[in-house]
Design a protein around this ligand. Structure first.
Ligand code: SF4
Ligand code: SF4
Length: 95
């Protein structure tokens, strides 16, 4: 079995004050600034959807306690099942 880690920032748009610290601090340039404003009148940060490595720099640089979290999951990849599927596909191809 092998573990595959999936990470991404979750930004609470209504708590974000648009200071852009997370945008400047992200080494992957994975956070962007919206053209739109939240209800408090700030342009808010949002995740581009790509590139997060889970380093948490954005979390530690954000001054708003409720604005940004980094979520991390471990996806368990079962190598045995993967090999069985590959073997089946290979056998079918040989017939
Ligand atoms: S956890 Fe790191 S890579 Fe991911 S968005 Fe935050 S600063 Fe960028
Ligand atoms: S650091 Fe926090 S408050 Fe500043 S733009 Fe990013 S999410 Fe918003």
């Amino acid at each position: 079995m092998a573990d595959e880690e999936i990470s991404f920032p979750v930004i609470n748009l209504e708590e974000c004050k648009g200071c852009q610290r997370c945008i400047v601090g992200c080494p992957q340039n994975a956070i962007l600034l919206s053209d739109e404003m939240n209800n408090a009148g700030y342009q808010y940060a949002y995740y581009s959807g790509y590139g997060c490595t889970g380093c948490k720099d954005c979390y530690f640089t954000c001054p708003e306690p409720l604005a940004l979290e980094v979520h991390q999951f471990k996806k368990v990849v079962d190598d045995k099942v993967g090999k069985m599927i590959k073997a089946k596909v290979a056998n079918k191809g040989g017939k």
